[in-house]
Design a protein. Structure first.
Length: 93
C-alpha cells in the first residue's frame, strides 16, 4: 500500500533541479519514491542518483531524521506522514 509522504529538498537541490522545495507524493518505499522522482522531476533525479542507480556520495538521504545508510533494505518502507529529506554535503571554507 502506498503512503502519502513529504519530500524536503535543500535550497541547493531545489534551485539546481528547478522544482519545489517541498513535494507531497504517494510512495510505499524509498525505491518507489526514487522512481517517482525520476518520472516527475528528471533533473532532480540526476542530482541525487548516479548512473548506477545509487544515491550520490555527496547527497545525504534521511527518512524521518534517520540517515538511510543506517537502514537495512527491509527498513526502507515508508509510512504515512514520513518525511524524506535530501541534503547535499557542504564544502568550502
Amino acid at each position: 500500500m502506498s503512503e502519502t509522504i513529504t519530500v524536503q529538498l535543500s535550497s541547493q537541490l531545489q534551485k539546481a533541479a528547478e522544482c519545489p522545495a517541498i513535494i507531497s507524493v504517494t510512495a510505499a518505499s524509498v525505491d518507489e519514491l526514487v522512481a517517482l522522482l525520476k518520472a516527475r522531476y528528471a533533473s532532480l533525479h540526476r542530482q541525487i542518483v548516479d548512473d548506477t542507480g545509487e544515491f550520490r556520495r555527496f547527497v545525504r538521504v534521511y527518512v524521518d531524521g534517520v540517515d538511510i545508510r543506517r537502514l537495512s533494505s527491509d527498513s526502507r518502507a515508508l509510512k504515512s506522514g514520513s518525511t524524506v529529506s535530501f541534503i547535499p554535503a557542504l564544502s568550502g571554507g
